[in-house]
Design a protein around this ligand. Sequence first.
Ligand SMILES: Nc1ncnc2c1ncn2[C@@H]1O[C@H](COP(=O)(O)OP(=O)(O)OP(=O)(O)O)[C@@H](O)[C@H]1O
Ligand SMILES: [Mg+2]
Length: 258
Amino acid sequence: MFELAEKTAELAHVRPKLCNTAIFANAKGGVGKSTLALMMSLGLATRHPKADVELIDLDSQATSSESLRRFANHRFTVKNDDNLFLASGSPNNGSIINHIETVEAHRTKQKYIVFDSPAGNEPGRSSFLLHCDVIFVPTSVSDADIFATRKYLLSLHQLFQRQRKDYDNEAPSVVILPNLVDSRAEFNELRQALDDCPAYIGQPLYYSPLFRRAFRAEDDDGNVRALLRSNDAYIEWLTTTLAELDRLNPNPDKLFQL
Ligand SMILES: Nc1ncnc2c1ncn2[C@@H]1O[C@H](COP(=O)(O)OP(=O)(O)OP(=O)(O)O)[C@@H](O)[C@H]1O
Ligand SMILES: [Mg+2]
């Protein structure tokens, strides 16, 4: 009996998680949250044909859900549900957490939930962030974005510390995503500016005019195909980071390059 219990615990421990939840978030607008949520969700849907992918748009502007709805099928769902945010635009923590937990409880095959979130998101009012496995924080290299990103990371850290007092749960991994980068030198500059942040930093996504057309519904989807094709290596890295997330926890003490 004891042996069986031990074996079951062992199996539960090694069994890969069947639902991985990621959010793209930063209080700053225009840093690439929706663009990266699009790349992640289409990247997962095309690279993991046995998994289900759900894109949930928490932004009332609905940039990502409106442009991605045309790709929805039995494996790829796109959700923009009024119940998930309050009239004020703040997230409805209770219903989001309930949704994540219900999905986790009923999985029989791998599922990825990808949240896109609006600018102005405040971690202090977003306790659902603690139920995500990873928080991707896109930022550009401009001074204004770096400043806002540092502030956002600090608020996330405070949220994690508040929860640690109540529970002993592991905090979500935090991965900064440098976006709209011009050169390697600029990327290095960003790393220096964020060096003391207790988070991971991902591969750089360089500036490309292709992204400007990412959300258009072209007849043959040539714009989306070109975008996915020309960023193949980046998308491979991004989707693998989510699929193999168990390698990341816990967050580092200072900036760590992935
Ligand atoms: N790597 C890139 N190169 C060029 N343009 C980009 C890149 N990434 C994003 N953009 C463009 O920058 C603008 C802002 O991107 P996006 O809408 O994804 O940001 P966001 O953080 O979701 O903004 P919001 O806070 O308004 O929701 C868009 O016009 C997008 O096409
Ligand atoms: Mg957006």
